[in-house]
Design a protein around this ligand. Structure first.
Ligand code: C5P
Length: 218
């Protein structure tokens, strides 16, 4: 293997993406954003008018999707069938749709194969909800990164505002709590801390402090 397999799981807004990106840069590892993969499927489903409960159409849809991460020129543009969808997959509407679509086993099975293929060689950090429990239960290092729901809602709200989205703090916290509930309550690969994961609560910690903690462990 070319390096370790590192898993970072946790609820939305805990800082996974920012932290994974920076940690991957420092270690010279590849960053795999599995949430972006679920988002890409959700966007494709919306455009094709496929219902999130229609498994047969979802299978067909997945069969026609090719997901790539473009890694030059700053990290990680998300490319689906040749189109750059990096921004399009991050709207509140697609976030909510992604949570519904990621509950479908047919979608999870499709992405599981891709995720293992991308990570198998090592030298990778995968971030998501079920990396340490399902995708790579034998990962060398597992982190479970969380923060209070208010803190996570506040961070997401600042992000959305910076992008010019017109949302209130209260609605954003409610949406984050709703997504927590869906992600933890679903039948297939729910959000769960792996028994052997190292807990990091990022409430009140800076990004640099979290990265320093992780680097020490790695
Ligand atoms: O991490 P991010 O917020 O981009 O993930 C979007 C959604 O994708 C999550 O709310 C969750 O429903 C789903 N997801 C998942 N399993 C993963 C990563 C993301 O179910 N490994």
């Amino acid at each position: 293997r070319q390096g370790l397999i590192i898993a970072i799981d946790g609820p939305s807004g805990a800082g996974k993406s920012t932290i994974t990106k920076r940690l991957a840069d420092r270690l010279g590892y590849v960053h795999i954003d599995t949430g972006a993969m679920f988002r890409a499927v959700a966007l494709a489903a919306k455009r094709a008018g496929v219902d999130t409960t229609d498994d047969e159409s979802l299978v067909r849809l997945c069969g026609g999707i090719e997901i790539d991460f473009l890694r030059n020129n700053g990290c990680c543009r998300v490319i689906v069938n040749g189109e750059d969808v990096t921004e399009a997959i991050r709207t509140p509407e697609i976030s909510a749709l992604t949570s519904a679509i990621s509950a479908r086993k047919v979608v999870r099975d499709f992405l599981l194969v891709l995720q293992r293929r991308m990570g198998n060689a090592g030298g990778v950090i995968l971030e998501g909800r079920d990396i340490g429990t399902v995708v790579f239960p034998n990962a060398d290092v597992k982190f479970y990164l969380s923060a209070s729901v208010e803190e996570r809602g506040r961070r997401r709200w600042l992000e959305l505002k910076a992008k010019g989205e017109n949302v209130t703090l209260e609605d954003t916290i409610t949406a984050v709590a709703q997504r927590d509930k869906q992600d933890s309550g679903r039948e297939h690969a729910p959000l769960r801390r792996a028994d052997d994961a190292i807990d990091i609560d990022s409430t009140g910690l800076s990004i640099d402090e979290v990265i320093a903690l992780m680097e020490e462990v790695v």
